[in-house]
Design a protein around this ligand. Structure first.
Ligand SMILES: [Zn+2]
Length: 260
């Protein structure tokens, strides 16, 4: 299953994989889209994802936050605004809930790989974000081909992790691939934006910075992995998804909002 949001990276990856797949008749491919429920943004993206799937003749599955959690992201943001204090951005909620939704969608489809279109830019941003957040050990858990640590997790793979975003955009324009170009209205709130701006400036002044950061992390990854204690996963008390604690992160967030 290719996770397609409708943005340039995922739609481009879908076109490339659809082309490659033709040479492998034993492989079946489908597309999964998560509808987070963001007004004036997600509808257009859904339509773009659908149109691309129709053109390529690929099955398209959609799962919404509303269906899975009972609330869309707009409603969740509204709830957090009413409650004040939490300190979490819409992107923090969305990241956790989308990850769970994508895994659920992939598992229900019965696929063995979930393909994520994270680019070199996304990966290096995430690595630095983990450091800025004071959680460097997370780096050990985020890699190009993820380990499957529980049978309920579908293996995530990131084939574009060493492809710079500008090359993906260039390919999309050359191939006249249709994608959504407006950014998510909530994206401005993320710390990730500041990291992106900083990295783009570095890359512009010192070409190759992104590759150097990515490769440096790959070099220290074995040491990081060796120092992370192995975790045994249980199943979430509320939803049954794999988790380290009693509740999975998604249920924890929803419980803090008083909706589960
Ligand atoms: Zn849960």
């Amino acid at each position: 299953m290719v996770a397609v949001s409708g943005g340039k990276d995922s739609v481009t990856l879908l076109h490339i994989l659809a082309k490659i797949e033709k040479a492998f008749p034993d492989v079946a491919m489908c597309v999964g889209t998560v509808d987070e429920g963001v007004r004036d943004y997600r509808d257009e993206a859904l339509k773009i994802a659908e149109d691309n799937c129709r053109k390529l003749g690929i099955e398209h599955r959609v799962l919404s936050f509303k269906e899975l959690f009972g609330y869309g992201l707009d409603e969740i943001v509204e709830l957090t605004r009413k409650r004040g204090e939490s300190g979490l951005t819409p992107c923090s909620y969305c990241g956790v809930l989308r990850r769970k939704a994508l895994n659920t969608l992939a598992r229900k489809a019965g696929v063995d790989k979930l393909v994520i279109a994270h680019s070199l830019d996304d990966e290096t941003q995430t690595m630095l974000l983990n450091i800025v957040h004071g959680d460097p050990m997370r780096i050990a858990r985020s890699k190009p081909v993820l380990d499957v640590i529980h049978p309920k997790f579908v293996r995530r793979v990131k084939p574009l992790c060493m492809v710079p975003e500008r090359e993906i955009v260039f390919y999309a324009y050359l191939k006249k691939i249709q994608f959504q170009s407006i950014p998510c209205p909530y994206a401005q709130t993320a710390l990730r934006n500041d990291i992106r701006t900083m990295l783009n400036r570095m890359e512009h002044k010192h070409a190759g910075t992104l590759f150097t950061i990515f490769n440096s992390i790959e070099k220290i990854r074995p040491a990081l992995e060796a120092s992370v204690a192995e975790v045994t996963l249980k199943e979430c008390r509320l939803c049954g998804e794999p988790t380290v604690g009693d509740l999975c992160r998604a249920c924890q967030l929803l419980q803090e909002l008083g909706v589960v």
